[in-house]
Write a protein that binds this ligand. Structure first.
Ligand code: CP
Length: 304
């Protein structure tokens, strides 16, 4: 039996596969006239969604993507299932594989996603782990392409915590060829091995302390919450990250037509000022919408 086509992380997929998924996402967003109603490649297929952490966008966009492609979904909160009482992930994977055609998992530990993928006989999709968020970045890349054209001559600047979302941006830079500058306080910078991996792949990735230097000439500025799920808030963390807030002054240091992205949920006044996220350069609502279209591409790639 062929191995299932998992969507676990962008570094595990080749550029041409990722390009294909993105192209499908764009095509689902802009179907040819009359095609939408007939385009239901997942009719009769079911996706199980396993959540160990809260979600608004991931849950709603996957559910709607599946339904709009003709399929169905089952949602499990780990706490309300036997996983919450200690049933091994491996057993859950084997059982779910007998019922459904694919599994999307949002988990506290990457090792649990890997265990799900190792034991499932159906495709497993990473809906966020402590280490990465590849579905989000597929939507972000779609958004960048919509607003700025092709990816490979663009400059993207990340300002803030070098977290799981930043990691998937680094994977994407290595796969799509755009320049990525990550500005973070030293204790919150991405791991050296990750940067070395990206550079070994030909990725134009740099890590800086200075957010103004990072955004100079950038086409896009991205940030994320200072307190990711599972991370403890502290005054020290807040103080370390305060200089990395994306505010009007930092936006003004990028290209005049630079866009602002944030995967949401956002905390205005912390990682981003209200004037930026609610201002004319912000494309965060397009970005949130594109979760739906990009994930149709991912589901179709995994299942169709
Ligand atoms: N950006 C994102 O993954 O949003 P949710 O946590 O609401 O799913």
């Amino acid at each position: 039996m062929a191995s299932p086509r998992h969507f676990l992380d962008l570094d595990l997929l080749k550029s041409d596969e990722l390009r294909r998924i993105l192209d499908m996402g764009h095509a689902y967003k802009h179907p040819a006239a009359g095609a939408a109603a007939k385009n239901q490649p997942l009719a009769g297929r079911t996706l199980a969604m396993v959540f160990e952490k809260p979600s608004t966008r991931t849950r709603v966009s996957f559910e709607l993507a599946m339904r709009q492609l003709g399929g169905d979904v089952v949602v499990l909160s780990a706490a309300d299932s036997q996983m919450g009482r200690g049933e091994p992930v491996a057993d859950t994977a084997r059982v779910l594989s007998r019922y459904v055609d694919a599994i999307m998992m949002r988990t506290t530990e990457k090792s649990k996603l890997d265990e799900m993928a190792a034991y499932a006989t159906v495709p497993v999709i990473n809906g966020l782990t402590n280490l990465s968020h590849p579905c989000q970045i597929m939507a972000d890349l779609m958004t960048l392409e919509e607003h700025k054209g092709g990816l490979n001559d663009k400059v993207v600047a990340w300002s803030g915590d070098g977290n799981n979302v930043a990691t998937s941006w680094i994977h994407a830079a290595a796969r799509f060829g755009f320049e990525l500058r990550v500005a973070s306080p030293e204790p919150l910078q991405p791991a050296d091995e990750l940067i070395e991996w990206a550079r070994a792949q030909g990725g134009k990735v740099s890590v800086l302390n200075d957010p103004e230097a990072a955004v100079r000439g950038a086409d896009c500025i991205v940030t994320d919450t200072w307190v990711s799920m599972g991370v403890e808030a502290s005054v020290n963390r807040h103080n370390m990250l305060a200089p990395y807030r994306v505010d009007e002054r930092l936006m003004a240091a990028a290209k005049p037509d630079a866009i602002f992205m944030h995967c949401l949920p956002a905390k205005r006044g912390e990682e981003v000022s209200a004037a930026v996220i609610d201002g004319p350069q912000s494309v965060v609502w397009d970005e949130a919408e594109n979760r739906l279209h990009a994930q149709k591409g991912i589901l179709a790639w995994c299942l169709a």
